[in-house]
Design a binder for this molecule. Structure first.
Ligand SMILES: Cc1ncc(COP(=O)(O)O)c(C=O)c1O
Length: 364
């Protein structure tokens, strides 16, 4: 018996998702102590999570009990934070879980999912696992969505469209007016606001008028809980009901719940960290631009995408920075082969990455 013959053929030929290298693995590979590694490749929060979340996790005594499948406490606390009633909200194990649930709810083998690259790789990955055919509608040279084309395609085909706003890795937003044009096609439109707290721009208010709109958010970025995996959706209660119906009963674990509830008690602390990141983003941007051989793109998120101007090789710089213990993101695909994405860290992180980039330029 060959296991391979039993696996779905479409999954055998599917391209895997390329994740980032864990920091301890990188530190061993480049033979530098863990403390010397500057991690700017995962859009994580350099300030960690709220001290109240740490304290609550240490005190919690019911880890031996299954969490609430109805997510009552979480939804109630989130309802206050987002300004929507609990019946609009569904929580997941990271927003990745919600991406997967949306695809599983609406997409079956042969259905079409619209993707607008360059964007977050989880959308086509999850759609393909559901057997979908992914239709790519490329962003333009400045990474702006081609809205007329998206609308034209959606009017003829496609069931679900994913848009990240701010988009990862480009950092730009979709306008409300553009989104309304897309929503009027009546197809399912997912607006992934994973970086909302850094942009402070949301289209969630449209959920009241459009039952085909699903907003995704996460605690991974602004609240520093990437390792605990908590995200949520805001959608019409009807869609929320179906998502609740098909989700794994215990998809959000107890530690994640405890940390979220504590974080929502400590919003001022977390917001102050978000503000530090926003301030550092503009310092990082200026310094990258000042190098003279990188073109950073304005970003509404916690990372900056840079075009590496001719004369330098993005891939080579990425690899050599790793040797110096500095992890940034390179995307191994033709559209982004000349780009690097750098997450916003603290001011020491900015100084370290700029110093390393300067040294690399001198070497060329
Ligand atoms: C646009 C976007 N959506 C979702 C995620 C994943 O978020 P989570 O950690 O909640 O699964 C990311 C992570 O980088 C992202 O960039």
């Amino acid at each position: 018996m060959k296991i391979k013959d039993l696996v779905r053929p479409d999954l055998l030929s599917m391209k895997s998702y390329t994740p980032i290298e864990p920091v301890d693995v990188l530190s061993r590979r480049v033979e530098l102590p863990l403390g010397r590694v500057v991690k700017l490749d995962g859009n994580e929060n350099p300030y960690g999570c709220s001290p109240e979340a740490y304290a609550a996790l240490a005190c919690y005594s019911d880890y031996h009990i299954y969490p609430d499948p109805e997510q009552r406490d979480l939804k109630q606390a989130l309802a206050q934070y987002v300004g929507f009633d609990a019946k609009y909200i569904v929580c997941g194990s990271g927003s990745d879980d919600l991406i997967d649930l949306v695809n599983r709810l609406f997409v079956g083998p042969g259905d079409e999912v619209i993707n607008c690259p360059p964007t977050f790789g989880m959308y086509p990955f999850s759609a393909e696992i559901c057997g979908a055919k992914v239709i790519n509608i490329d962003r333009d040279s400045q990474f702006v969505l081609d809205v007329p084309n998206v609308v034209r395609v959606l009017e003829n085909k496609g069931k679900v469209l994913f848009i990240a706003s701010p988009n990862n890795p480009t950092g730009n937003l979709i306008s409300e007016q553009e989104l309304v044009e897309i929503l009027n096609t009546g197809k399912i439109v997912v607006v992934d606001e994973a970086y909302f707290e850094f942009s402070r721009v949301t289209v969630a208010n449209l959920v009241h008028s459009y039952s085909n709109l699903i907003i995704l958010r996460t605690f991974s970025k602004w609240a520093g809980l990437a390792g605990l995996r908590v995200g949520y959706s805001i959608s019409s209660p009807e869609v929320a009901g179906y998502l609740m119906k098909i989700k794994q009963p215990y998809n959000v674990n107890s530690a994640a719940k405890v940390a979220v509830l504590a974080s929502l008690h400590d919003i001022d602390y977390l917001t102050a960290n978000v503000q530090k990141i926003i301030t550092e983003r503009s310092r990082l941007f200026d310094k990258l631009e000042g190098l003279g051989w990188l073109k950073p793109y304005p970003s509404s998120a916690n990372f900056v995408l840079c075009l590496v101007l001719p004369g330098q090789q993005a891939r080579g710089i990425w690899l050599r920075l790793q040797q110096r213990g500095i992890a940034i993101r390179y995307f191994d695909n033709p559209r982004l082969k000349d780009y690097l994405r750098i997450s916003v860290g603290n001011s020491d992180d900015t100084d370290a990455v700029i110093e390393a980039l300067r040294a690399e330029y001198r070497r060329n």
